[in-house]
Design a protein around this ligand. Structure first.
Ligand SMILES: [Zn+2]
Ligand SMILES: [Zn+2]
Length: 196
């Protein structure tokens, strides 16, 4: 997608594969001449971690350059807040505790999109997915147990508890990708566009 069309970013937890692209986006939009505001929501320490990431990646840019478009930060929690045009809330899930893991619920144009973030199975995911038009759920492995992540088999075993219209799988690791043909739930693809 065209980065200029991004109004808001919601981050589930502080692992690099989930927020590490933001410094590049901030730089790219600076050089693209962005003037529109960008809202970023996520865990408590997101702003500090992003500052540290930017400093590690491009100190020459981030120490000297004032972005000439407004970037705002908000800590996401269970009380919904407006982030760009979306109403977003974050709910604790079970993953690596230091990453401050949350599942997200994003309401936009009358639709509710839920996202597991990274999470092992717990009934917290039932709360995250409650009433969602689309639940984007991690499925790091197919059958292999993982203390920090969900397997496809565990997700299927708990599918009936999830009150959501549609599930798209994401965060698939090698073992999961090797079993995609056996899955009844649809896996995400790079560049996939979903219409709700
Ligand atoms: Zn991850
Ligand atoms: Zn993670």
């Amino acid at each position: 997608m065209d980065p200029a069309t991004i109004q808001a970013i919601a981050i589930s937890h502080l692992h690099g594969d989930h927020f590490g692209g933001i410094p590049y986006l901030l730089m790219e939009q600076y050089f693209a001449g962005r003037t529109a505001p960008l809202a970023i929501g996520g865990p408590r320490e997101l702003q500090q971690r992003l500052a540290r990431a930017g400093d590690a990646l491009y100190p020459d840019f981030f120490r000297k350059t004032a972005l000439d478009y407004p970037v705002s930060f908000v800590t996401l929690g269970e009380t919904p807040v407006m982030l760009g045009a979306a109403e977003v809330s974050a709910h604790p899930v079970t993953h690596v505790a230091e990453s401050d893991p949350h599942g997200l619920r994003v309401k936009v144009e009358g639709k509710l999109i839920a996202y597991s973030g990274d999470a092992r199975w717990s009934d917290e995911l039932v709360t995250v997915a409650q009433g969602a038009d689309l639940f984007i759920c991690e499925s790091t492995s197919f059958a292999k147990p993982d203390p920090a992540h969900l397997s496809y088999k565990e997700l299927i075993a708990n599918r009936a508890k999830l009150d959501c219209r549609r599930i798209i799988l994401t965060h698939l690791g090698q073992e999961a990708l090797a079993h995609v043909a056996e899955m009844e739930l649809e896996p995400a693809q790079d560049g996939m566009l979903v219409t709700l």
